[in-house]
Design a protein. Structure first.
Lengths: 162, 470, 350
């Protein structure tokens, strides 16, 4: 068994798990944070995307031992008691999610992008989402919502409605 | 039950606590409790509003509970052993070694299924293959264990002895009478439909030009992001509840009732929000097997497909071979059309009858054709079963009839838009089955799309060499 | 060198099952405050059907979308539904929901009529009120009516209904008959760039004009069109399940089964064609599957327009397109007078 201590959504957590346990399973099974999804378990689809030390990763490809001492941000850590994260609000307004299964992974990839680049071009948004598969939406309304979220986070006045 | 005599021999799984699932801790989540209702949802009249979805907010928060997000106390995890061979007779299945593994609570095979056949039309599909394997994704055994990992490892311990048979893989070969039968001793055609209207040979004789073309499409997968998932659990009254990704719960319940031999009032099927269906989750897969595993162990049992199983063990889109022959006047008016469709119907019928019928009816395109002959076949092959997938044959035939139309337009030097406007349905036109059509707007859609695209204003773009996006 | 091309495809697609009965049932019950619950056996698979059904129910009752809570997908608690298949939910389940809401509304009108001193046939439901037609100032809040119905009249407002499209079986020899209740129509036009040295196709832009009858929710229609086109791009250019000689799949994974990512998507322009189907709920038809149908055809026609080759099988991978371009080039007669020697080094006759 491997013992790890890490920060998850700002709180320190510990767990003991077999060494082959992935970060995805740790989050879902040990911490009951089921937002990150299992779509393929081999790093192809991005449904398990979370942010580790500021970088978006496929949590199905990270082993439990690799997250010891790190900071992990999941979809459950975006909203606060007062309000939704702008990405969550705008995805709702623009109808960016349909079945929703890819949603947490897409939103975390978008968050990681906006944390690094506050004014991404459409191509940069497409690149950031390139590792997240979506079968329902065709990505169009996601890209639109991310553009508006970027603008909101830059403090610009509210743009056109959905 | 044989299981009882083995309990004394098998090491107690509690001696290896690390293989059990760790205790659940309360999740770390915060979300705003104040409800802000978006304007689109508050407006009247409701029809026409760009109303946001109620589940949209939950999706964005990661709060939507899909089946794999559901956990029940004492729950077991099931995995299915896949045949891995396309056509074979099963000589024997030995599950003893798997059953003896610590942490494995039950193993079942096709023999344990009370009525081992189901299907939306032809009931040719087994829950678990019993005597014959018809495609490499056929399930031959199901294991329930305390963790998913143990269940997966147990699959390797199940020994299956096969007598290999030669698989039939090409649909055109399968069409021939002399090809060995996939299911029946011979004749792999299991569906045949004809549409006959007017006199197509006479129309050809009167045409200025005849055009022919053959088009083929490939097998594709739905790839819903969420793999198939099911949880089965019983109560003491002999009622089974199945949480399942099924898109058709009434049909699912009927199939579960039939395969398990229990009345419908003892079955509850609940589908939560499904993570994408596209036609691939419209019939049962593991539900009856899971119900039996749950009954045998007395515990809830969950099974999720791996992504590999999504490809090999769930339905796919029918590949088609489409032969078109069209007779036109020199102005491009269609006088007659003759079509032959051969659908690769995979290992089991599934939704092939529906697909055959739709493909047949739609194959002539949205065009006024008084003289029409369409003949369509669906054949068995030893490949992944083909079933319902978004369009039921329409995307395939549209590719054929619209490619064919452009070939005709190019040969006659007529603009692709003009040739379509000349031939398409109008309000009150008769379909290939002589149905009088209402609310017909295909012309409007052509003109609107052309205008929006700038079809006429740009002229013919062929051989333009400016590359890259504008 | 990149060559630009454009191609169009039009299509028709039916709503509902081919001839066979595919009914949906629905139950609408109103709470004492004028909000309501819809019970439906349909399954939300991501397309947004529950929102559409809420809108249809709300429209019939004259209340807002958010006032309708939808309970679905439970064989114990919800009425029978044939399922989310064949693009039938808006049309068939939508009709059932509307009819159920109408029956619920009838109870409300029967209760409200004496409150307003008129006959039930003189009433309509609009803006959360039951109103005398032509005299909007004569009204009573729908919640008051619902409350009165339960507490005074003793008839809780509830309605249950079924719907099944009318069809006529197809003749087994000629296939003639009426297989479907209604059809939808669409055209998609694609603009592509084809690299004539590699065969790679880039889909730049797709204009999609789709008929869905009345668009109950235009935002959700756009979502279906955009999603359908992404599937269509994959079908046209990338996706294929491959088998080996023994009948085993070679690429049963998302590494080697190529499907569209955000980088493969063209710019999509969605156009909803104005249309009204009197047999559908408030004129609506459906849109789930049709959005995928013409995409591959439009893209393949655009490839033909760009480089003059007809690809006869899908997917039109770069290898296939390049092989076709090469074959076409080899068939073309040599140009005289260019001074360019053909392979083999012989000078061309002047």
């Amino acid at each position: 068994m491997v013992n790890v201590t890490l920060k998850v959504n700002g709180e320190t957590r510990s767990a003991s798990a077999p060494p082959e346990t992935t970060l995805l399973r740790l989050l879902r099974d040990n911490f009951n944070l089921t937002g990150a999804k299992l779509g393929c378990d081999v790093g192809d689809c991005g449904a398990c995307t979370v942010i580790v030390d500021g970088k978006p990763v496929n949590s199905c490809l990270m082993l439990v031992g690799q997250v010891d001492g790190r900071e992990v941000l999941t979809i459950e850590g975006l909203a606060t008691a007062d309000h939704l994260h702008p990405l969550q609000k705008l995805f709702e307004d623009y109808g960016s999610l349909q079945c929703g299964f890819c949603g947490p992974g897409i939103i975390m990839s978008a968050k990681a992008l906006l944390d690094e680049n506050s004014a991404p071009t459409t191509q940069e948004i497409r690149d950031a989402l390139g590792g997240n598969l979506c079968r329902c939406t065709g990505y169009a309304k996601m890209i639109e919502a991310i553009q508006v979220a970027a603008s909101n986070l830059r403090g610009e006045p509210a743009m056109k409605s959905a | 039950m044989a299981q009882n005599t083995k309990v004394a021999d098998k090491p107690d799984v509690l001696e290896q606590p690390e293989i059990l699932r760790p205790p659940t801790i309360a999740p770390l989540v915060t979300f705003p409790l104040e409800v802000v209702v978006p304007e689109g949802r508050q407006q009247t009249p409701a029809v026409g509003q760009r109303a946001t979805r109620a589940d949209g907010r939950l999706h964005g928060l990661g709060q939507t509970k899909y089946i794999d997000d559901m956990y029940f106390p004492n729950m077991l995890f099931a995995k299915i052993k896949r045949a891995g061979v396309a056509s074979a007779r099963i000589k024997s299945i030995d599950t003893k070694e798997a059953e003896a593994m610590p942490g494995v609570m039950a193993v079942i095979t096709g023999r344990d299924i009370p009525c081992n056949s189901f299907g939306p039309s032809l009931k040719d599909q087994p829950v678990l293959a019993d005597t014959r394997v018809f495609h490499a994704g056929d399930g031959v055994a199901a294991v329930a264990a305390v963790t998913e990992q143990i269940a997966t490892e147990a699959l390797d311990k199940i020994k299956v002895e096969y007598e290999m048979l030669t698989p039939v893989l090409d649909p055109l070969e399968s069409l021939k009478l002399e090809t060995p039968g996939v299911h029946a001793p011979s004749a792999n055609v299991y569906g045949h439909k004809v549409i006959k209207k007017g006199d197509v040979e006479k129309a050809f004789a009167e045409s200025d030009h005849i055009f022919e073309g053959t088009f083929r499409t490939q097998m594709v997968e739905h790839v819903p992001l969420e793999p198939h998932a099911t949880i089965a659990q019983w109560d003491a009254n002999g009622r089974v509840t199945l949480y399942s990704t099924l898109g058709r719960i009434t049909l699912g319940r009927a199939d579960i009732s039939r395969t398990l031999g229990i009345p419908m009032s003892r079955i509850r099927v609940v589908a939560t929000v499904v993570g994408g269906n596209f036609g691939g989750k419209n019939e049962i897969t593991t539900e009856p097997a899971l119900a039996l595993l749950s009954k045998k162990t007395g515990r809830p049992v969950k099974c999720t497909f791996t992504r590999v199983e999504e490809f090999i063990a769930s339905t796919t889109r029918h590949p088609l071979v489409m032969d078109y022959k069209t007779g036109v006047t020199k102005q491009g008016k269609i006088l007659g059309r003759k079509i032959r469709l051969v659908l690769d119907g995979g290992a089991y019928c599934s939704w092939s009858e529906t697909t055959l019928g739709k493909a047949c009816i739609l194959s002539a395109g949205p065009y006024n054709i008084e003289n029409l002959y369409v003949e369509a076949f669906v054949v068995y092959t030893n490949k992944t079963m083909t079933g319902a997938m978004r369009g039921f044959g329409a995307p395939q035939v549209c590719y054929a009839y619209e490619s064919h139309m452009d070939d005709i337009a190019t040969a006659l030097n007529i603009d692709p838009l003009e040739i379509r406007l000349l031939n398409v349905f109008e309000e009150g036109s008769l379909s290939p089955t002589s149905q009088k059509l209402h609310s017909v707007v295909v012309k409007e859609s052509l003109l609107q799309a052309a205008k929006r695209f700038g079809w006429n204003t740009n002229g013919n773009e062929s051989a333009k060499t400016n590359g890259g996006r504008s | 060198m990149k060559r630009r091309g454009r191609g169009m495809a039009c299509m028709w697609y039916p709503i509902g099952f081919t001839v066979a009965a595919n009914p949906s049932s629905a139950v609408v019950k109103m709470n004492e405050d004028g909000t309501a619950t819809l019970l439906t056996g349909t399954v939300e698979t991501g397309q947004g059907s529950l929102t559409i059904l809420a809108q249809i129910t709300a429209q019939e009752l004259g209340i807002a979308t958010d006032d309708v809570h939808v309970v679905s997908a439970d064989t114990d608690a919800t009425p029978m539904d044939t399922g989310a298949i064949a693009s039938r939910t808006t049309y068939v389940t939508g009709n059932a929901a509307r009819l159920a809401a109408e029956k619920c509304k009838k109870i409300l009108f029967d209760v409200a009529a004496p409150m307003l001193g008129v006959k039930p046939s003189q009433l309509e439901a609009k803006d959360h009120k039951i109103i005398v037609k032509g005299f909007p100032q004569r009204n009573v809040h729908i919640g008051d009516v619902a409350n009165h119905a339960r507490l005074v009249t003793g008839e809780p407002p509830i309605g249950s209904a079924s719907f099944n499209p009318e069809t006529v079986a197809l003749d087994p020899e000629t296939g003639q008959g009426k297989p479907f209740g209604t059809y939808v129509y669409a055209t998609q036009i694609a603009e592509v760039d084809v690299d004539d040295e590699t065969g790679e196709v880039e889909v730049l832009r797709v204009v999609a004009s789709h008929d869905c009858g009345t668009a109950i929710n235009p935002m959700l229609v756009e979502g279906q069109v955009e999603g359908g086109i992404s599937m269509g791009v994959g079908f046209a250019l990338e996706e294929e399940i491959l088998f080996d000689a023994n009948g085993r799949q070679i690429n049963p994974n998302l590494t080697n089964y190529i499907m569209p990512t955000s980088l493969d998507m063209p710019e999509v322009e969605v156009d909803i064609v104005d249309s009204y189907d009197p047999t559908g709920p408030f004129g609506a038809k459906g849109v789930g599957e049709p959005t995928l149908v013409p995409t591959a055809a439009a893209i393949l026609n655009a490839i033909h327009n760009a480089v003059g080759v007809r690809i006869h099988s899908l997917p039109a991978t770069a290898e296939k397109v390049y092989a076709a371009i090469k074959a076409k080039r080899e068939q073309q007669p040599r140009q005289i007078g260019t001074g360019v020697p053909p392979a083999g080094g012989q000078p061309v006759a002047q």
